[in-house]
Design a protein around this ligand. Structure first.
Ligand code: ZN
Length: 159
């Protein structure tokens, strides 16, 4: 698999066109392989900063990236995307940390970040962005959405 996609990267340079750095939009989304953010949002290369992790949650590093994107790279709008059937919505932080410790001999220093309800987690993240973290959105508009991996639809979650 890796060898196949690396072959594509060699072809990529053949019709490559550079794009300008900086964009108005940042997207924070789960890394789930069923969620094709660029296709879903019709993004072309250069249209947005796309930040992904397990769950699409606001870790300290996501906050760091959002603050840099907004204050140094021109971002004025932020979209958060969670999705149905997310692995993180079935993950108990303590059970997972116990499992890692048992399998590897070392307990993770980071919080796995599991949640039970993606919509509720999104609401909490939108609130955190607006209230708890003055570096972001600092004037940027932040909106949250749930992507349905079963039918491909995107539904907004009201703050
Ligand atoms: Zn997910």
């Amino acid at each position: 698999m890796a060898q196949d996609v690396l072959a594509n990267a060699e072809d990529h340079a053949a019709d490559f066109r550079p794009v300008a750095a900086g964009a108005r939009l940042a997207v924070v989304a789960c890394m789930d392989n069923r969620l094709d953010v660029t296709r879903l949002l019709g993004l072309a290369n250069g249209d947005a900063f796309v930040i992904r992790n397990a769950g699409g949650i606001l870790t300290e590093d996501v906050r760091r990236s959002l603050a840099i994107a907004q204050h140094a790279l021109g971002v004025s709008e932020i979209i958060l995307i969670h999705h149905t059937d997310c692995g993180m919505s079935h993950l108990d932080d303590r059970v997972f940390a116990d499992r890692l410790a048992a399998e590897t001999g070392q307990r993770p220093a980071w919080r796995p970040g599991g949640f039970t309800d993606p919509a509720q987690d999104l609401r909490e993240e939108l609130t955190a962005l607006a209230a708890d973290h003055p570096h972001i959105p600092a004037g940027a508009e932040a909106r949250g959405f749930i992507y349905d991996v079963g039918d491909g639809t995107l539904a907004e979650v009201a703050r």
